[in-house]
Design a protein around this ligand. Sequence first.
Ligand code: BES
Ligand code: ZN
Ligand code: ZN
Length: 485
Amino acid sequence: MEIRFENQRPESSDVIAFIIGSKELDDYDFPLDNPEFVRTTAKEARFNGSDGQSFLFFAQQGGKSVRVVVLGVGTGDALSYEKAGGTLIAKVQTCGAQSIALHAENLSGTLAASVAYGVKAKNWRMDEYKTKLTDAQKPSITSLTVVGANDEAQSEWDKMSAIADGVMLTRELVAEPANVIYPETFVERCQHLADLGVKITVLGDEEMEELGMGALLGVSQGSIRPARLLAMHWDGTGGKQKRPVAFVGKGVTFDTGGISIKPAGGMEDMKWDMGGAGAVAGAMKALAGRKANANVVGICGLVENMPDGNAQRPGDVVTSMSGQTIEVINTDAEGRLVLCDALHWAQETYNPEYIVNLATLTGAIIVSLGHEYAGLFSNSDELSEKLLASAETSGDGLWRFPLGKAYDKLINSQIADMKNIGSRGAGSITAAQFLQRFIQKDVKWAHLDIAGMAWDDKAGPTYAKGATGFGVRLLNNLVAENFED
Ligand code: BES
Ligand code: ZN
Ligand code: ZN
């Protein structure tokens, strides 16, 4: 869909949309042939401009019939305006109309861009494998014109559009099935970030072997797909910010559980066990796309967890790149094994001041938080506060959990330095304690367990059913609010 900002409503518009705050309806100057008809019809439909309300009807305009959509935002913040954009496109995406005109004369540039963001984000869908869609089922809308927005709207939009592009990359990576996205093809789908100025480094099996990444490679050894470690470095400061911020993602492109195999029911969901890596790639695309004035590196540990004659066994002991040894009690607790080597390599290679890792790490986090928040675990109150603030502004919810010695003790092993699972209880916390053992002194680190958030079985306000793109906006806002001048 083409999205542009103009002063005049194009003649050809066949959907005309308005954003109305609470108490605004009576005084709203509808630039239509029959403004009173719009106002009374909306009122009859009990539309009063409250947040989340929407109403569509047909009206005569310039001698032809057009759809008029009024969207309520109440006294809401930018997220309400994004939702309104999402509602707008959901109502007309496949209705047969082609061009939306959104009146934005009454909106600030930022809020006009927010509505456009909602339209672009919600418009994304994955139809690639649907070969039998009828014309009536296919999207008909080809353009959105934001009309009469002020001067700052276009530059705000350039940024938000780049963020939406990042979110859509994440959704694409997460939604693709595991026979299409595996470590090598994940890397291929990220190569285009180089065109935005991102420096891409890829390690293969042999290089990781030489570096001693026995934990990551142990997970991968039951798969015929070779593993990859992908690093995407964006430095928008021209070398001024010496220590980068690092984002590290779990990229298990399919998680069967390995020899500790998962039950068949629902196993197909494990194609999105690379949601952390997907979010990291999307965040890097967003940051580079909007030329963020920050030094950020995104690292993805990419493997497939399969059972075969060469797969690792429960009870195997592996040596991680850090030198610490791990007894693999359960091969299904593989995300932490991948991350521990990715985290260690990130610190050795880039010396980051802050690290945020994202992972669909534990089913237990879904037991705790459902699908409302991702779990936040951190060694730093400062970084936690920054992340919680970005969660508020981005809408990507976070809830902080405790860490501590008593939990850490639960992963001591009889035979090695640690084991990869605790006993019963606090499964998300013991997973976080495991990761913390690989964080070096003076590094401010947070782990986000996004198992409940990467995917949604129902549509949300700005996403279709399926991959949500969770984490991209959170990381983007974290950088925008803290690490850019
Ligand atoms: N990828 C899963 C976690 C997961 C579960 C993500 C459900 C999304 C939805 C992870 O690798 C896993 O299998 N974790 C185990 C850990 C257990 C063996 C300690 C789990 O949560 O059951
Ligand atoms: Zn697993
Ligand atoms: Zn997993």
